[in-house]
Write a protein that binds this ligand. Structure first.
Ligand SMILES: [Zn+2]
Length: 877
């Protein structure tokens, strides 16, 4: 009796468990699936395996549903798992409905919000290994998912998952993961094990894929952004990264000063709460070396982990100390960086040094990830209600300095680029209105068709930050001392970068406004009926069309002076296209694709013009994974401008055969890179990725690692000689930003960088937007406004001089006398005053064009693309 009474309920209970929770169903642990333990020394799962594992787990468990949220550049599906109780997973649409209602207090009352917060589930998102070399989180994700669905957690998983719908993206850079794992596996067991991959770990962006989160250029960025602000609306987001090896074992929030202004205090309170819980839970597991409040600033830099702050999301970052790929490292106690061996309140338990293995990274990340989910459960109702309240504040409270709206006038120099800016705003969830009638705001007249972004809206902070200028606080190491550099950029102001007119309107105004759904693309009129047509030099899309038509053999010229045609006042540099049968055929589809109207004309005899040829472009790619080179490729691909990638060997040739570049190329471009890296004189630094654009510790570690001989060195003196011969024979060499130093040092271009050797206490300008004056009657300045905004990123301030007879030079853009800073931070303005930013030099039959700014910066600076585009479409050569 006794026995049967006991056994019977137990059997029932077991059966109930099997039926409802799935605990006892057979779920394959990742170790068994992979054939090795997650985080085992020298073992990495690639994306194919990771994806297959999640697919298997989704079949085996009723607590995990798999979604495809987008596609990478190389067409890999980006997967996301939703993990919760089976009951919650069956009601996903309801949880989404609730978060959408909570986001809009204009249609949801506080009482209703309270009810919804009680009913709803906290939605928590973790994204892993955006930086593909920071591989641990992508590996960890499999074990985290398995532990959650099987209840192997340090908390009661059933209870926690009842409160939380947990979204897990194993990696939002699948292409990079595959490249990195392939590279690692190729060299494991050799002297190159765990070393630097010689190309970018995102096809276009490399490390900069974490600077794209306000511009949304990359499909990977857009996929996660859709989850964040359009589809699921998680209240908590964590992006998991890795840092250098010799400091703290792990960074978790709080972040470091300065914060971006106008972010709600509740965001910081929530982020700090989550970070503190993480530290607490890690400490309980005996995991030492956790730091907070250092290195990672709360100044938004367009990174994945912090774009959420501007959307009232509790957005967090974790940075665990790296190993070399999956290869363990040993750190002697004396090798720990200063500040990381003494107890401090922001670093209460120093790590003593010793072995550090991939499994350690996985362990730290498992605990901090679980901690995040636990915290969401602990404060579930609060987090949801506060989510609502923050949006209520966004709409109802007027912050210090808050304008009423931003107005984007209907009349623009480059209308298609303005439409691109509207797309960016829409992707970030910004509400935009269009005026149906003329109106007046702040005493200025605006035509019907102008766009209005009111600041009182759910994503106020994001809209405001993108459209307004930034003022980075003057932070010093000590009063009067050297500046404390920002983590990355100090400014990003989109209208300035994109060359779009946008006015800040302080006072409320009346206007007949209609909220737009999709960006309204005007219908391109039927065109191209006459003998010729003109393309406006002020419009970037004109250059794309000119290249496309030239490629098909069209006859094209560029105007040399201002002209008035059919009532249009045209700047120099407009494209004149002969409307041949082939052009007529190609035009409609091109115009449609580029949203470009052309100007029909029958007689062009009176126009002073010079012919332009299809440019055969070579773009140098070093074996150092230069993101600026990647972005240059992105710009060309985006505009369908063909080019060929040139590596060291293509430029320097072989011992037997010197390279002869001129028969195959008209233009050769060097992206922002230092001369030593280009020439291979010694390992160079890669711009960006660390404080103030300096090299990150990770980048340094990889740079110093040995590389296989085929990827060593640079173009050498042989390459320089080949490039000289190329220019002598009429080629154009274009040097972007830092590469202009190479044009000066190795070609003798008649200029020098006046900022060389200037002390940081005297001159300091971390990635900021500066005012330049442009000569738009000279070919490289064609289509530019007389005054423009330039992205200064470790850029140059050039002194030119009267050159020897073989040379000539034309200053295209200069910094003005004063009021140089438009957005960001600039110390020592006088060091820039009247210096040249862009110089077009002529040497023998060719040209060397020094563009001493980041004119195509991260495919964001559309407003200065034309310096580069003009170098491609140089007339009269
Ligand atoms: Zn990272």
């Amino acid at each position: 009796m006794k026995r049967s009474r006991l056994v019977f309920p137990m059997a029932l209970a077991l059966a109930a468990l099997v039926l409802t929770s799935g605990v006892l169903r057979a779920q394959t642990p990742p170790d068994k699936f992979l054939g090795f333990k997650v985080g085992e020394d020298r073992k990495l799962a690639d994306y194919t395996q990771i994806k297959a594992y999640f697919e298997k787990l989704a079949q085996e468990s009723n607590k995990l549903k798999l979604f495809t949220i987008g596609e990478s550049v190389l067409k890999k599906p980006i997967i996301m798992a939703a993990i919760s109780t089976p009951e919650n997973l069956a009601k996903i649409d309801r949880w989404k409905e609730i978060t959408h209602k909570l986001r809009d207090p204009r249609t949801t009352s506080l009482d209703e919000a309270r009810k919804l917060a009680r009913e709803g589930k906290a939605i928590v998102l973790i994204t892993c290994s955006l930086h593909a070399t920071e591989v641990a989180a992508s590996q960890m994700s499999m074990e985290l998912a398995y532990d959650l669905v099987t209840g192997r957690t340090f908390f009661d998983a059933a209870k926690v998952l009842n409160d939380v719908v947990f979204l897990l993206v194993p990696t939002h850079n699948p292409d990079g993961n595959q490249m990195v794992v392939d590279w690692y596996e190729k060299y494991v067991g050799t002297q190159y094990e765990g070393g630097n991959m010689p190309w970018l770990y995102h096809v276009y962006a490399g490390h900069d894929n974490n600077r794209d989160w306000y511009m949304f250029n990359l499909p990977e960025t857009r996929a996660v952004t859709k989850v964040l602000y359009d589809d699921w609306l998680p209240q908590i987001h964590l992006d998991e990264h890795q840092q250098g090896s010799n400091g703290a074992r792990l960074f978790v929030p709080p972040f470091m000063d300065p914060p971006l202004p106008n972010i709600q205090p509740s965001v910081w309170r929530g982020v700090n709460l989550i970070g503190t819980e993480m530290g607490y839970d890690l400490q309980k597991q005996g995991m030492s070396g956790v730091v907070n409040g250092r290195s990672y600033t709360a100044w938004w830099i367009g990174a994945c982990d912090d774009t959420g702050w501007l959307h009232n999301v509790l957005s967090c970052l974790s940075e665990v100390a790296s190993v070399r790929g999956a290869t363990p490292i040993f750190i002697e106690p004396n090798e720990l960086q200063s500040g990381f061996y003494e107890k401090r309140l922001d670093f209460v338990d120093p790590w003593p040094g010793g072995w550090w293995r991939l499994r350690d990274l996985v362990d730290y990340e498992l605990v901090l990830s679980q901690s995040l989910i636990k915290t969401a459960s602990l404060h579930k109702e609060d987090i949801l209600l506060n989510f609502y309240k923050m949006y209520k504040n966004s709409i109802e409270l007027v912050d210090k300095g808050q304008p009423y709206a931003f107005v984007i006038p209907a009349v623009q120099r480059d209308y298609p680029t303005m439409l691109k800016m509207l797309e960016v705003l829409k992707t970030g969830g910004v509400e935009i209105h269009q005026a149906k009638a003329d109106f007046i705001a702040d005493g200025r007249f605006y035509n019907a068709g102008s766009f209005v972004v009111k600041t009182a809206q759910p994503y106020k902070t994001f809209a405001w930050a993108l459209l307004d200028k930034q003022k980075y606080p003057d932070m010093r190491q000590y009063p009067g001392g050297p500046p404390v550099p920002p983590y990355d950029n100090a400014a990003w102001t989109l209208p300035l970068q994109m060359g779009v007119l946008c006015d800040k309107v302080v006072e409320p105004f009346e206007a007949k406004l209609e909220r737009i759904g999709a960006v309204p693309y005007p219908k391109v009129p039927a065109q191209g009926k006459s003998e010729y047509f003109l393309l406006d030099s002020r419009v970037n899309a004109s250059y794309a069309m000119a290249v496309a038509l030239l490629k098909d053999g069209a006859e094209v010229w560029r105007t040399k002076v201002r002209a008035s045609v059919k009532g249009h006042d045209l700047q120099p540099g407009c494209f004149v296209v002969k409307n041949s049968a082939a052009v007529k055929k190609a035009l409609p589809a091109l115009a449609e694709k580029l949203d470009l109207a052309v100007l029909d004309v029958d007689d062009v005899a009176s126009l002073e013009k010079a012919p332009v040829k299809f440019p055969r472009i070579g773009l140098f790619q070093s074996w150092r994974g230069n993101a600026d080179e990647g972005w240059t490729r992105y710009v060309f691909d985006d505009m369908a401008i063909p080019y060929k990638t040139l590596h060291n060997a293509d430029i320097k040739g072989t011992k037997e055969k010197k390279a002869d570049l001129r028969p195959d190329f008209d233009v050769i471009i060097f992206a922002d890179e230092n001369t030593n890296t280009i020439k291979g004189t010694r390992p160079g630094t890669t711009p960006g990725g660390g404080p103030g654009g300096a090299e990150s510790p990770m980048a340094r570690m990889f740079r110093q690692s040995p590389v296989p001989p085929e990827y060593e060195g640079g173009i050498g003196q042989e390459g320089v000689d080949a490039l000289k011969a190329f220019v002598e024979k009429g080629g154009r060499l274009v040097t972007l930003n830092g590469a202009s130093e190479f044009a000066i040092s190795d070609f003798g271009a008649p200029a020098r960088n006046s900022l060389t050797g200037v002390d940081r206490t005297k001159f300091f300008c971390p990635t900021s937007i500066l005012r330049i004056l442009v000569d738009n009657e000279t070919p490289i300045g064609y289509g530019m406004p007389k005054e423009a905004a330039a992205m200064f990123v470790n850029s140059l301030a050039l002194d030119t001089f009267s050159p020897s007879f073989e040379w000539d030079r034309k200053v295209v853009a200069t910094y003005p006398e004063d009021e140089i800073l438009l957005s960001g931070w600039l110390l020592g303005e006088e060091y820039l005053a009247r210096k040249a930013a862009v110089v077009d030099t002529k040497w023998k039959d060719g040209r060397i064009i020094l563009i001493g700014i980041r004119c195509q910066n991260r495919a964001q600076a559309h407003g200065t693309y034309k310096f580069l585009l003009n170098a491609l479409l140089y007339p009269g050569i």
